[in-house]
Design a protein around this ligand. Structure first.
Ligand SMILES: C[S@@+](CC[C@H](N)C(=O)[O-])C[C@H]1O[C@@H](n2cnc3c(N)ncnc32)[C@H](O)[C@@H]1O
Length: 241
């Protein structure tokens, strides 16, 4: 908080990277992940969390055969999960984040600002490296999959920590009819697009237009710092692994 008691959100630093373009090893990394099944055992806490939310999803699908499931990955404090729930009353929105601290924190002032009311959402604390594989195994009919402002890991040596460089990418890319990824680092989206192309998928990158209410707190922070936010949309429905 600043002296006058207002939250400071307009001080976000621009991303600095030692890469000049798409990581030179990304193609090999993605190919390798497509050629090796990711078999790391599930962590107990994610399996337990998944089993609980899976029951809710299965019940929802039983009662709403035409209903949509929306997955909000890396949802942080869940502002986007709540907004998406409000904007999609026919859907069940599942927000997932590995940070208990973020998941359990209320979005300060959010209800007043958004005039928010919705009950069709759930926030889950889980590691997506496991959660994605469990979603795939249960074949959730995800209509839209959001990944909003994932940690960028801009140092070249950390490329495998980016979602498109991770071992779970071949699974992640098969989830949902449509994938919506946002970042303030355009290169992250270009790399993801490059990796998706290896999987036979194409997508377009566009600017995120400023809305009265940002979809997430990180989006609000970047926009308040006059940083351009970017969006990549990929139609994943045609893809089967
Ligand atoms: C930069 S924050 C963005 C949060 C939110 N989407 C926003 O825009 O305000 C990235 C989030 O990804 C979450 N995250 C990173 N790796 C994860 C993983 N393997 N599983 C689940 N959540 C993860 C972090 O805990 C963090 O909350």
């Amino acid at each position: 908080m600043s002296d006058n008691n207002k939250k400071v959100i307009g001080d976000s630093k621009v991303i600095i990277t030692n890469q000049n373009g798409i990581h030179e090893k990304l193609g090999d990394i993605v190919e390798k992940h497509f050629n090796h099944i990711f078999q790391k055992p599930y962590q107990e806490h994610t399996k337990t969390a998944f089993d609980a939310v899976n029951e809710i999803v299965q019940q929802f699908l039983l009662n709403n055969p035409e209903g949509d499931v929306i997955l909000d990955s890396c949802c942080g404090v869940g502002q986007s999960t709540r907004l998406l729930a409000q904007q999609n009353p026919q859907a069940l929105v599942i927000g997932v984040d590995k940070s208990a601290h973020r998941i359990e924190r209320n979005v300060e002032g959010f209800n007043d600002v958004a005039g928010y009311h919705a009950e069709n959402y759930h926030l889950v604390r889980a590691d997506l490296n496991d959660f994605y594989r469990l979603v795939k195994a249960e074949n959730w009919p995800v209509a839209k999959h959001y990944i909003l402002y994932p940690n960028p890991w801009p140092k070249s040596k950390h490329v495998k920590r980016r979602w498109h460089g991770s071992a779970v990418f071949p699974t992640l890319i098969t989830i949902g009819d449509k994938l919506i990824l946002r970042s303030n680092w355009r290169l992250y989206l270009e790399e993801f697009q490059f990796a998706a192309d290896i999987a036979g998928l194409t997508g377009d990158i566009s600017k995120v237009e400023k809305q009265a209410l940002a979809l997430t707190p990180f989006e609000a922070k970047y926009q308040a710092s006059d940083q351009q936010c970017w969006q990549l949309v990929i139609q994943t429905a045609c893809y089967s692994s």
